[in-house]
Design a protein around this ligand. Structure first.
Ligand code: AMP
Ligand code: MG
Length: 337
């Protein structure tokens, strides 16, 4: 199959909508990462997403809507808290889980009786969803297990020959996937299953909010997890990623200098650093690190490194999302100095 990469003109959006309504899969830009989109109400089309990604069939997809009617059409009941959150954060990087209606096929929900929904904040993708007039099921547009794509080139690197069209909307603003939440206590409390740019601190202004224990931890072998995506080693380049936890810049440098050679190792660090091995800079503040993380992980492979050391990011605010992705990219290899 030939994979076209096209700018999001009106003609291309119409062409993309035609492909999706005929059961094909199209890569779309969002404010978080690029998505691999199919008609969320068409089980066979959604099955093609799993095939293109090599994604385990029990890992459910998020459906993307462009108006609230699509939400009511897809889910059984919407707690008042969810409406308040939608009003504040949609369109935006917040995904909410609801009991699904039968119109959402089990291929989309990974066999669960719930479905995850969000309204993305990207004008071209909102137009595309409205042109299709159905929600679009869309996971991140990477091969399963690899770092998520934040540019059309990243998508092309992973999906060339597997899908007919990549809509190139430029670089993604946020850079990490959406915050995924579910409601507990009769819809009055919030649990964060996957952290993102809508933080615990922001959600706590609306209702009592806590992080699921798997946000920072590896689920036990055979544990039944609420969000199946957290089970898998994830977001990983081929290079081995190792997180170094330390309060001191000097001890980080000393450890890295003593444990690496400059031909095969790199560090992913906030700024340029005087150290014996190459540095891939990913920014100093949480937002910059979220924006640059997946690109930095892909760069370790592009530059042929076998191992990269990363200083542990903050574990508050958007740093929570950066750390959550990094520990999975590192397959939970953390060294405390
Ligand atoms: P991705 O599609 O790659 O952004 O991943 C979607 C994330 O949302 C995964 O971690 C899924 O496990 C999670 N997710 C999607 N739908 C549900 C659901 N119905 N219940 C729990 N988690 C979900
Ligand atoms: Mg993903």
């Amino acid at each position: 199959m030939v994979t076209k990469v096209e700018k999001p003109t009106d003609d291309i959006i119409e062409y993309g909508a035609g492909l999706i309504l005929s059961g094909e899969v199209v890569a779309i830009p969002t404010e978080t990462v690029y998505g691999l989109a199919a008609n969320g109400y068409d089980g066979n089309a959604c099955a093609k997403i799993f095939k293109a990604k090599g994604r385990p069939m029990d890992n459910p997809l998020i459906i993307h809507i462009s108006n609230m009617n699509m939400l009511y059409n897809s889910v059984e009941n919407v707690p008042p808290l969810a409406l308040r959150l939608a009003e504040k954060f949609w369109p935006g990087p917040l995904t909410m889980i609801f009991k699904k209606k039968d119109i959402v096929p089990t291929q989309t929900s990974g066999g669960l009786d719930t479905v995850a929904v969000r309204m993305p904040d990207n004008p071209y993708t909102l137009k595309l969803i409205s042109a299709c007039n159905v929600p679009l099921a869309a996971p991140s547009a990477n091969r399963s297990g690899s770092p998520s794509p934040t540019t059309a080139q990243h998508v092309y690197d992973d999906m060339n020959g597997r899908i007919p069209l990549i809509i190139d909307g430029g670089e993604c603003k946020t850079g990490v996937e959406s915050t995924v939440i579910c409601f507990t206590d009769n819809g009055e409390k919030i649990k964060i299953l996957r952290p993102g740019a809508i933080t615990l601190e922001m959600l706590s202004e609306f209702a009592p909010t806590r992080l699921d224990k798997n946000v920072f931890n590896k689920p036990a072998e055979n544990e039944k997890v609420i969000s199946p995506g957290v089970k898998y080693k994830h977001y990983s380049p081929r290079a081995e990623i190792i997180i170094i936890k330390t309060d001191s810049d000097d001890s980080f440098s000393e450890y890295v200098n003593n444990n690496s050679d400059s031909d095969t190792c790199a560090v992913i660090f906030g700024c340029e650093k005087d150290i014996n091995i190459p540095v891939i800079v990913y920014g100093e503040c949480d937002d910059a690190q979220a924006h640059n993380l997946f690109g930095a992980l892909r760069e370790t492979d592009d530059r042929g490194y076998k191992r990269a050391y990363v200083r542990c990011p903050h574990t508050t605010g958007v740093g929570t999302a950066v750390y959550n992705r990094l520990i999975r990219a590192a397959a939970f290899r953390v060294i405390e100095l």
